[in-house]
Design a protein around this ligand. Structure first.
Ligand SMILES: [Zn+2]
Length: 113
């Protein structure tokens, strides 16, 4: 199986731990990723699949969530920045090009709401 690198915690940036619960003899199995600094966890459990399967799935889920959190944060910062630009220049743009820019910024902010 290809080894996929586990991303650090999206909230604090620290290294996270992964562990599995159960084995081939237990009724259910799971894999958990946990950040011991902010207690964020991510879990995948299964009845029909092995702990290796759970492990691969939880890494996939965790890494996807990390990207989502990062994008959401980036989005928020861009939205704040655009709103700031509008506050400063919203009424002061004189030429057509600048007014067009304001309209485009307003449209982006609307889309992101
Ligand atoms: Zn953390």
């Amino acid at each position: 199986m290809e080894k996929i690198k586990l991303k650090p915690c999206p909230f604090c940036g620290k290294h996270v731990e992964i562990y599995t619960v159960g084995n081939i003899l237990t009724k259910s199995r799971s894999a958990v990723i946990k950040c011991k600094y902010c207690n964020v966890t991510c879990e995948v459990a299964a009845i029909k699949f092995t702990t290796d399967w759970c492990r691969a799935k939880v890494i996939e889920k965790w890494n996807f969530r990390c990207v989502e959190v990062k994008l959401k944060d980036e989005n928020e910062r861009l939205k704040d920045l655009l709103e700031e630009v509008l506050l400063i220049y919203g009424n002061g743009f004189a030429n057509l090009k600048q007014r067009y820019l304001v309209i485009r910024i307003k449209a982006i902010i609307e889309e992101r709401k």
